[in-house]
Design a binder for this molecule. Structure first.
Ligand code: MTE
Ligand code: LUZ
Ligand code: MOS
Length: 806
C-alpha cells in the first residue's frame, strides 16, 4: 500500500534542482513570436483611437493587434460573458489590455509596447467600496440566506453588539506569472500551452473569442509555479493574447507576464466590508445575528458571485445561530476583476464571524474560547443545533473534541492567564491569545462542477499512465493520484506516471479548485482502474484455474499487490503484473479505461438559500499567541499550534506542507499583505518591495501542526479529506489574538481593528483605544514615553525582559 505514506512530491527533485519545466522554460519553437500588451492609461474612460504606426516602425515588431482583429466574440467570462478580451470602447481598469504586440524578441515587443499611442477620454474612476456604494454600482443580484425569526432572536437576547469590519484583498503571489504559448496547427487548429488551473475554460474561451469550435482547440498544462486561485479564470487573457497572434500570424506565440504587470492587471482576493448586529444571552450564546457583506468585485463579474455565495455559506463558521439573516452584494469598481483565492470568500466570512464572537466575549468579559465552545454546532446529528443556517446537517463533527485536545496541548488556560497578567503590568507591549475553529465546506457550490473524468492506460510492460483534468500547481495532486492508482491496480507507485493535463485526453473538466481535485479526479481514476483490474482478474482467474487440483476459475479471489498477482486460494502460484498485462495484450484484452465520478448527495438552491451544498466539512482549530509593541505596532507571533481533522491523509507529508503553507498565507493576509492604491487606481504595492508576503523569518516562533486520527469519514476517497484551502483560515487565529491583545489594553472596550493588522493598523487601533479610554491619563502616556526612550537607548533589538510576566 502506498496510500497513507509520505512519498515525496513527484516534482520535488525537479523543483529544487531547477529541472522542473514551467511554461517559459519550454524551448523556443522555430519562428516563435514574443507577445506583450498595451494597457489602458486610465482606470475609467473611453478608447478613442490606437496609433500602431510608431510601434510597427520599430525593428523586430511584427504586428499590433486590437479588438478589430478578433474574429469571434470579444466578450468572455466564466459565468456571464461581460468581460472584453481587448478594450473596444469603455475602459474599466488601469492597464486593461488594449492592444497585443507580437515581435521577434521580447526586447522588440517591449520597445513596440512603449511606442503604441492610445488615445482616450478619461472619466473619474470608481475606486473602493465607499465610492461603489455611493454610486450604487453593483455586479449581479443580492444574495441572502435566512433562518428563524430575527424578532424572536432579538427578544431572546440580553445584550447586543454591532459594528463594521473592513478587510482588504490579497495578491495570490504565485511565483510563475501568467503565461501561455499558442501553436497553430492544420485546419485552423490551435494548441495552447497555458499556466492554468482550468484548461477546459481556456479551451472554451479561446474557441469563442477566435471563432472556432472547441474541437479545434487543445489546451494543456504541465504544471504551474503556483496558482492559489489566481489561474482559475484569469489565465484566459494571456492565453487569448498568444492564441490571437498565432491565429493571425500562423506562427507560434508566447506571452509571459512580468511580475509587476501580473500584479497590476490581474484580480485578487476580494476586499470586503462586513456590517453586523448580534444579540446574545449572558453566557454569550448567540440568539440573533444579522450579517451583511459588500465585496469589491472589480470591473467584471468573473467568479465574484460564487465567491460571495461561499461567504454566505461560511458566515456561520462552526456556530449554530437560531435566528439569522446573512446577506451580500458584489460592488463594481474600476479595478481588475477580483477572482478566486484560496478560501474563495470563506476567509472573509470567517474573519467577520470570529470578530463578532470575539466582541461578544469582550463585551461580557468572558473567555473567548468558552464563548466559541458554547456556540459550536452540536455533534449530535439529530439535534436541531446540528443544522446550518442553510439547512445542511453537520455530520461527524469533531470540533468540540479537537478544541478540548488542542487547548490542553497548548496550555491555553495558563497562557491566557499569563497574557492577562502581563498586560496588567506592561507599559510597552501587549500579549494576546486566541483559539479559533475552522469548518470549511468541501465541494464546488456550483453543483455541475462536482464531476471529473480520468483516462488510465496500462502498457504491456505493466506500467501505467493516468490523465485527469487535475492540474498540478505544487499542491501534490499528481502524487496523490499516482498513489491512489498504484493501490487500485496493486502496482508499485514508481510504475505510475501522471501525465500532462490536456483537454485532448479529458474533456469538459472542472477547474482544479475548491480543494476537491484529489477527491474528484482521484475517484474517477480509481473507477477506471477498477474496470481494467476487473478485466485482468477474469484473465488471471482463468490462468490460475487448475481442474487437476479442483481450483475453479474465480475472479473475486484474484489478488493484486505490489506488482504481483495471485489467487488467494493458492497463493504459491504467482505472476507479475507485467506478465499479466503482456498476456492480456496477446489475448486482446483492453488495457485502457475512462472513469467518471460525480459527487453524490449534494444539492443547493441558491434562490431559496436551502440545501446541502457540501459533501463534507474539513475542520480544525488553531491556537495563536502574539505580542504587539504598543509604541510601534510591531507584531511577533510567538506561537501557533493547529490541530486538524483531515480524515486519513493520502500523503501526510504533502498534507502537512499544505497545512503549514496555508496557515502562513492566511497569516500574511491578516497581518502584512497590504494592497495600496493611488487616486488614479494605480496599485502602489505592485512588487515584492512594497507588498509584503511572509518569509521564513515571519514564521511563528513555535509552530506546530498535528492531525487528528479520524476514521469517521469513510464516504470520501480512501477515507481522506480535502486539505488545500481550509488551513489558510486557521491563520486568522493570529488576527483574533491581536484583537485579544488590544482588549488587554482596555478590558471591556471594543477595538476597531481592520485587516490586515499591519503595524500601522495596530498602532492606529492602540491609539484610538488609548484616546477613548479614561484610564489613560497624560501621566501614564508620559510614563510610557519615558520608559520607551530608555529602552530604545539601551537596545533597539533586545526584547524588554522587564515586560515578561512574573
Ligand atoms: N498549494 C500550492 N503549493 N500551490 C497552489 O497554487 N493552491 C491552493 C491549494 N494549495 C495551491 C496550493 C488552492 S487555492 C486550491 S483550491 C488547492 O490547492 C487546489 O488543489 P487541490 O484541489 O488538489 O487541493
Ligand atoms: N471555484 C468555484 C471555487 O467555481 N466554486 C467554488 O465553490 C469554489 N470554492 C473554492 C475555490 N474555488
Ligand atoms: Mo482554489 S481558490 O479553489 O483555486
Amino acid at each position: 500500500m502506498t496510500v497513507g505514506r509520505s512519498i515525496p512530491h513527484d516534482s520535488a527533485r525537479a523543483h529544487v534542482t531547477g529541472r522542473a519545466r514551467f511554461l517559459d522554460d519550454q524551448p523556443r519553437i522555430d519562428r516563435e513570436l514574443q507577445v506583450t500588451f498595451v494597457g489602458a492609461p486610465c482606470a475609467r474612460g473611453r478608447l478613442v483611437g490606437i496609433d500602431a504606426g510608431p510601434a510597427l516602425a520599430e525593428p523586430g515588431v511584427f504586428a499590433v493587434l486590437t479588438a478589430a482583429d478578433i474574429t469571434g466574440h470579444n466578450r468572455f467570462g466564466p459565468v456571464i460573458p461581460d468581460e472584453p478580451f481587448l478594450v473596444d470602447d469603455e475602459i474599466h481598469y488601469l492597464g486593461q489590455p488594449v492592444a497585443v504586440i507580437a515581435a521577434e524578441t521580447t526586447e522588440a515587443a517591449e520597445r513596440g509596447r512603449r511606442k503604441v499611442v492610445v488615445e482616450v477620454v478619461e472619466e473619474t474612476p470608481i475606486l473602493g467600496l465607499d465610492a461603489a456604494l455611493a454610486a450604487g454600482q453593483f455586479l449581479g443580484p443580492e444574495r441572502a440566506i435566512r433562518r428563524g425569526d430575527l424578532a424572536v432572536g432579538w427578544a431572546e437576547s440580553r445584550s447586543r453588539i454591532a459594528g463594521t469590519l473592513d478587510c482588504k484583498g490579497q495578491e495570490q503571489f504565485y511565483f510563475e506569472s501568467q503565461a501561455a504559448l499558442a501553436v497553430p496547427g492544420e485546419n485552423d487548429e490551435i494548441w495552447v500551452h497555458s499556466s492554468t488551473q482550468n484548461p477546459t475554460e481556456v479551451q472554451r474561451v479561446v474557441a469563442e473569442v477566435l471563432g472556432l469550435g472547441q474541437h479545434q482547440v487543445v489546451c494543456e498544462c504541465k504544471r504551474m509555479g503556483g496558482a492559489f486561485g489566481g489561474k482559475e479564470t484569469q489565465a484566459a487573457i494571456p492565453a487569448l493574447m498568444a492564441a490571437l497572434v498565432a491565429q493571425r500570424s500562423g506562427r507560434p506565440a508566447r506571452v509571459v507576464y512580468s511580475k509587476d504587470d501580473d500584479m497590476r492587471v490581474t484580480g485578487k482576493r476580494h476586499a470586503y466590508r462586513a456590517t453586523y448586529r448580534a444579540g446574545f444571552d449572558d453566557d454569550g450564546r448567540i440568539t440573533a445575528l444579522e450579517l451583511d457583506f459588500r465585496s469589491d468585485g472589480g470591473a467584471f463579474l468573473d467568479l465574484s458571485l460564487a465567491v460571495l455565495e461561499r461567504t454566505l455559506l461560511h458566515a456561520d463558521n462552526a456556530y449554530y445561530f437560531p435566528h439569522v439573516a446573512v446577506t451580500g452584494r458584489v460592488c463594481r469598481t474600476d479595478t481588475p476583476p477580483n477572482t478566486a483565492f484560496r478560501g474563495f470568500g470563506g476567509p472573509q466570512a470567517l474573519l467577520a464571524i470570529e470578530n463578532v464572537v470575539e466582541e461578544i466575549a469582550i463585551h461580557l468579559g468572558k473567555d473567548p474560547a468558552e464563548v466559541r465552545r458554547l456556540n459550536l454546532y452540536d455533534p449530535d446529528e439529530t439535534s436541531p443545533r446540528a443544522l446550518t443556517h442553510y439547512g445542511q446537517v453537520v455530520k461527524g463533527n469533531l470540533l468540540p473534541e479537537i478544541l478540548e485536545r488542542l487547548s490542553s496541548e497548548c496550555g491555553y488556560t495558563a497562557r491566557r492567564e499569563s497574557a492577562i497578567a502581563f498586560n496588567r503590568q506592561s507599559r510597552t507591549a501587549l500579549r494576546g491569545v486566541a483559539l479559533v475553529p475552522v469548518k470549511f465546506g468541501i465541494s464546488f457550490t456550483n453543483r455541475t462542477l462536482n464531476q471529473a473524468n480520468a483516462l488510465v492506460n496500462v502498457y504491456v510492460d505493466g506500467s501505467v499512465q493516468v490523465s485527469t483534468g487535475a492540474t498540478e500547481m505544487g499542491q501534490g495532486v499528481n502524487t496523490k493520484i499516482a498513489q491512489l492508482v498504484a493501490d487500485a491496480l496493486g502496482v508499485e507507485v514508481e510504475t505510475v506516471t501522471v501525465m500532462t493535463t490536456s483537454t485532448e485526453k479529458n474533456n469538459n473538466t472542472s477547474p482544479t479548485a475548491a480543494s476537491a481535485s484529489t477527491d474528484l479526479n482521484g475517484s474517477a481514476a480509481i473507477r477506471a482502474c477498477a474496470e481494467i483490474r476487473g478485466r485482468l482478474a477474469d484473465l488471471a482467474a482463468a490462468r490460475f484455474a487448475d481442474p487437476g487440483s479442483g481450483l475453479a476459475a474465480a475472479s473475486d479471489t484474484v489478488r493484486f499487490d505490489a506488482g504481483a498477482v495471485w489467487d488467494s486460494r493458492a497463493s504459491e502460484r504467482r505472476m507479475t503484473f507485467a506478465e499479466l498485462t503482456e498476456l492480456a495484450h496477446r489475448e486482446r484484452v483492453d488495457l485502457g479505461a475512462r472513469g467518471f465520478y460525480a459527487t453524490p448527495g449534494i444539492d443547493f438552491d441558491r434562490d431559496t438559500g436551502r440545501g446541502s451544498p457540501f459533501f463534507y466539512f474539513t475542520t480544525g482549530w488553531a491556537f495563536a499567541e502574539v505580542r504587539i509593541d504598543r509604541l510601534t505596532g510591531e507584531l511577533r507571533v510567538e506561537r501557533l499550534q493547529a490541530l486538524l481533522d483531515i480524515g486519513r491523509p493520502i500523503n501526510p507529508g504533502i498534507d502537512r506542507g499544505q497545512t503549514i503553507g496555508g496557515i502562513v498565507q492566511g497569516i500574511g493576509w491578516v497581518t502584512t499583505e497590504d494592497l495600496c492604491y493611488g487616486e488614479r487606481g494605480e496599485l502602489l504595492s505592485a512588487s515584492p518591495t512594497t507588498y509584503k508576503i511572509p518569509n521564513i523569518t515571519d514564521l511563528p516562533e513555535i509552530f506546530e501542526v498535528a492531525f487528528l486520527d479520524n476514521d469517521l469519514n469513510r464516504h470520501n476517497i480512501a477515507a481522506s479529506k480535502a486539505v488545500g484551502e481550509p488551513p489558510l483560515m486557521l491563520g486568522l487565529a493570529v488576527w483574533v489574538a491581536i484583537k485579544d491583545a488590544l482588549a488587554g489594553l482596555a478590558p471591556g472596550k471594543q477595538s476597531s481593528l481592520a485587516a490586515p493588522a499591519t503595524p500601522e493598523e495596530i498602532l492606529r487601533a492602540v491609539t484610538e483605544l488609548e484616546r477613548t479610554t479614561a484610564q489613560v491619563t497624560g501621566q501614564l502616556t508620559a510614563q510610557v514615553t519615558a520608559q520607551v526612550t530608555a529602552q530604545v537607548t539601551a537596545s533597539h533589538r533586545t526584547p524588554a525582559t522587564s515586560d515578561r510576566p512574573t
